[in-house]
Design a protein. Sequence first.
Length: 369
Amino acid sequence: MKKNSKKILGVIVVTILAAVGLFVGLRFMPQEKCSIWIDASRSLSIKPPMGIFEIGPNGEPGLHLPAEAGRGWKGEAGGEAMYQFYAPQKGTYTIWAYCLWHDECTNAVYVQIDDSSKSILGNDPVFGKWHWVKGFGMPLEKGFHRLTLSNHSPNIAIMKIMLTNDPFQTPPEADPSLATVLFTDGFNGCDRGNFPLWRKLSGTWELKNPTDDKNYGDLILTGVSEDSALIVYDRETWHGIRLEVFVFCDSQADPDASFGIRYSMDGENDFQEIMLSPVSNGQEAMVRHVRCKSGTIETLAEGRIPWRKADWHELHLDLGGRQPNLVLDGGASFKGGQSGPCVGGIGFSLHGPITASFDNVLVRSAGDE
């Protein structure tokens, strides 16, 4: 009887352990990577002036919006194509499109998934050749979804679309460097790029042409501050990023005035920031890494870095580790204090009476370190 009891007990224990193991396996099983392909020439419905034409280099059919179709971003014209696709599992899917653009005023299309708001896909400076364009990420439930492409700008063509739940997957023949790109903004294109999506909190922020020749393809973001200025691009999903940006900041009347790159923002009184103040000798800049909690600012690290007066500078800021690392013009560097990785969007700030310009913002995924 005792032997049977032990056997029964053993079977129960094994069964429980197996059930726990199965639960843990199901609970922590990594998401299966999948790709969804859409042939742009096979829409469920289409509204002129969009149409299906032979547009590929070998006569392949695809979606085309003629040059005389009008500008959707100005509300002057319509045209759309609707597609249906199936997401085999819940997740965030990144959209890619194989496109042909004409110039900086005809290089984008509106994309809408289900009942979400329209988003811009494009505004990249690759013209006259077929290429893959990386778009945005969209959280989707498992099941069928509707994708709508509509008129943003005319004289564009699209042959195929890919959606993937793997943030680092690229379509065949796509530039592999695009895999880690989360966001770009050159403030270019006739619609001023992503500028309307930036949130202006204080100071004066506007797009300007440095040569004042009305060349809409070469705009820069300029901020002017008497006391302070802040503009923010919100993104809750960014975690550990590498930021690249070109900055122009000449001398300032107040030696304590500075410009900054803000991150890990939780409202206006909780954030981290790398602040640079070009000194009057025109050869270097003071650098500070600060953390603000409940409005109280603490300096975590400070130093100096070479700075050429009256020149553009390329800043690379790695926010993937516990210490931010700033590299200026591919050479001099500054490492901040221990603070933890970046979470959320980014912002550009100005402190004191100062003017600074920013261009070619690029955000990449850095991963955790």
